[in-house]
Design a protein around this ligand. Structure first.
Ligand SMILES: Nc1ncnc2c1ncn2[C@@H]1O[C@H](COP(=O)(O)OP(=O)(O)OP(=O)(O)O)[C@@H](O)[C@H]1O
Length: 671
């Protein structure tokens, strides 16, 4: 097994000798002066040894580590500011952060700081420059083993310019036995996670090791809702020569017994139309382009027949200490989505010899490399940037490929990803399309993308469309409100207040900083809120989703990064605080609710000054999904159609003044 890390930045996590009593702090400004101040403090407190993953940050030192581990938490810390901030969300206002030891109980701190206090310490207050005396105690105390061992990330982030970064100690209290984590935030450092991103603030230099897929419970899917039976009534169109006949159930599909057992373990009793059509097509060895509405089970529709075929015709895995040859590559546009797909593969391949691998950015290259090289992988699920990184290094080659799958295929073939997909498909080791099976799935498939996608498929590929291609899920009640930009905040707040319970709400915004501000604002208004966007570090992104899943947070504010594919139980509302640029994106966003026959609600703020060009398409989507169309929207659409510029649909926001740093660019968001 390959033990050596790739790249120098990983050396920290592989250094076996703990830096027991040594703590290094860097307080760096993120402004252009490149001011850097490094504070190095050495503590000789032997009691720290056992829990030396604990770390801390401070702008100015008025903090001392207590005498022993127990005292560390017995003498609790409290933020004076916290009383005012009422922050339960991981978002914090005010940058003073003077934390004093008090005799408060730990639980009171957890309560007042929120679960995420050490994970995401951010000042959003705008007038705290120079006063950044806060510090972040970076490890929560684990009462079970008397040590510090959570996944917090050593960050103190004052948005006014000072960012303290910490070198987490290493030792026995660690995160799965590895060492600490180092965060650079000065703007002058390259990360080495291979996800293709350039210098980016707020990224770990020593990458994150994500948790392994844990258990069935943690990845349990959504349960079928009352409208599940309506799937039967949806019209299905199939084109292509001699398409294999569809089936009517999992049992009649001829899937291997072990897969049927796993289906029943996962409460998949009735198959959905896309599964009924895709399973026989893939089993028969045909290429497939398939479209079906959001939340209707497309993932299982490709995972199950692939697993079946691998089990029916097993071939030896090729791998050694330097490289591996997956037999299946599944690609998807976002990190969180590839994790989810891999979980699906994992739960259906249980009890078989199928080995799964996962590659995505924002995580440790060394860890992922050692994982896939340890035992080889049949099925590799990956984001494009990280996969190409591994391909360029020769760690992954494609000579054994039997299946190539693009989930969210239309997105994968658009700008930002297309080149990466081509690099994979044109790799010298990749079998040509007549020597592999290629499968493409999405809820949306614009005709130009379909046309482009054809070139990657065998000429006799099958096209399956369940319902309207690109249509919205009819189980989502869509409401469009006319809201100008200055009224959005207030309208959002009122909406949340009017809900019986806003648990499970995703608020979509266009800009990363809007995501931060909105999340901070809602937190202050007593709605536990977290956020996900491209500037958040990977552990924070995963934490945000977990917090929503586990109902620690009620609201998730998200950019495009969460628009596609994410399957989270209990999402009852989607709010488009900002409408997206394209109607397809709208369909995917509102599809985060109303999944698998469950009811959902989507409320969108339509700002006539910005969203006008979306009106005609919005009306089409609403009308096809049998939704109410406000008369003012008809007027807006009529006005737009009369405007000569109409038709330049992908360019609807060119009149908005935004700088490149403000925009959550698709590439950045989706990798
Ligand atoms: N036949 C089934 N029986 C029970 N649950 C199912 C079935 N098929 C899928 N599911 C569950 O339904 C949910 C939605 O499935 P999935 O995420 O594959 O939808 P999708 O069509 O890919 O959606 P999107 O277009 O948003 O990516 C998941 O929680 C999945 O576990």
């Amino acid at each position: 097994m390959e033990q050596n890390p790739i790249g120098s930045s990983e050396s920290n996590e592989n250094n076996q000798s703990p830096t027991i009593n040594e703590w290094s702090y860097k307080c760096q400004t993120t402004n252009n002066d490149n001011f850097e101040q490094t504070l190095v403090e050495t503590f000789n407190d032997s009691s720290i040894n056992d829990n030396s993953n604990a770390g801390r940050h401070e702008g100015h030192s008025d903090f001392t580590i207590s005498e022993n581990t127990q005292n560390l938490w017995n003498n609790q810390y409290e933020s004076k500011d916290n009383q005012d901030n009422k922050d339960n969300s991981g978002y914090r206002r005010g940058g003073r952060g003077v934390f004093n030891k008090t005799n408060h109980s730990r639980s009171s701190i957890e309560k007042s700081w929120g679960h995420d206090f050490s994970n995401n310490f951010q000042s959003n207050s705008g007038n705290t420059r120079g006063r950044g005396r806060g510090r972040n105690f970076t490890k929560k105390f684990n009462e079970e083993n008397n040590s510090f061992g959570d996944e917090s990330n050593n960050s103190f982030n004052n948005q006014n310019g000072i960012t303290a970064t910490g070198y987490r100690g290493r030792g026995r209290g660690g995160h799965r036995g590895r060492g600490g984590r180092f965060r650079e935030n000065s703007g002058g450092f390259y990360d080495n996670d291979g996800d293709g991103l350039k210098i980016k603030e707020n990224k770990h230099s020593v990458p994150y090791i994500p948790p392994d897929i844990e258990n069935e419970e943690s990845i349990a899917g959504i349960e079928a809702g009352l409208n599940f039976d309506k799937y039967e009534t949806i019209e299905v169109k199939v084109s292509g020569t001699d398409p294999p006949k569809s089936v009517t159930s999992f049992h009649s599909s001829g899937l291997q017994e072990v897969l049927l057992e796993n289906l029943s373990l996962n409460k998949f009793s009735t198959s959905t139309p896309i599964q009924n059509y895709s399973i026989p097509i893939v089993i028969a060895g045909r290429d497939l382009m398939a479209s079906a509405q959001t939340g209707s089970g497309k993932t299982a529709a490709f995972v199950l027949p692939i697993l079946h075929n691998l089990l029916e015709n097993p071939t030896s895995l090729v791998y050694d200490e330097n490289h591996c040859e997956p037999q299946v590559v599944i690609m998807a546009p976002t990190r969180e989505l590839v994790v989810q797909i891999c979980e699906c593969v994992w739960k259906f391949s249980k009890g078989t010899d199928i080995r799964n691998g996962l590659l995505y950015g924002g995580t440790s290259v060394g860890h992922q490399k050692s994982k896939i090289l340890q035992r080889g992988v049949h099925i590799l699920t990956a984001t494009p940037g990280r996969l190409n990184d591994f391909v360029e290094k020769g760690i992954v080659t494609f000579s054994s490929i039997k299946y190539f799958v693009l989930d969210e295929a239309d997105r994968m073939l658009q700008m930002g990803f297309k080149q990466d997909i081509e690099r994979v498909l044109k790799h010298p080791t990749m079998p040509p399309n007549n020597k592999r099976q290629t499968l493409m799935f999405s809820a949306t498939f614009a005709s130009d993308i379909q046309y482009m996608a054809k070139s990657y498929l065998k000429p006799d590929y099958i096209f399956v469309a369940v319902g309207e291609i690109g249509g919205a899920c009819k189980d989502v009640v869509q409401t469009i409100l006319q809201v100008g930009k200055f009224k959005k905040k207030e309208t959002l707040l009122n909406l949340l207040k009017e809900m019986d319970d806003c648990q499970g709400t995703i608020v979509f915004v266009e800009l990363k900083r809007t995501a931060d501000y909105t999340a901070a604002y809602l937190s202050e208004m007593d709605f536990p809120t977290t956020s996900i966007h491209g500037d958040r570090e990977q552990p924070e992104r995963e934490q945000a989703l977990n917090d929503l899943k586990k109902k620690k947070m009620k609201v998730l504010v998200a950019t495009a990064v969460a628009a596609r594919g994410l399957d989270i139980k209990g999402i009852n509302h989607v709010v488009n605080f900002d409408l997206p640029k394209t109607i397809d994106e709208y369909v995917h966003r509102i599809g985060r609710t109303g999944r698998l026959g469950n009811a959902g609600k989507a409320i969108s703020f339509f700002d006539p000054e910005v969203d006008g060009q979306l009106a005609p398409e919005l009306i089409r989507i609403l009308s096809n999904a049998e939704q109410e169309i406000p008369s003012w929207l008809n007027d807006a659409a009529a006005h737009m159609c009369a405007t000569p510029a109409f038709g330049d649909f992908n360019d609807i926001r060119t009149n908005v003044e935004v700088t490149s740093e403000m925009v959550a660019t698709e590439e950045e968001e989706c990798w």
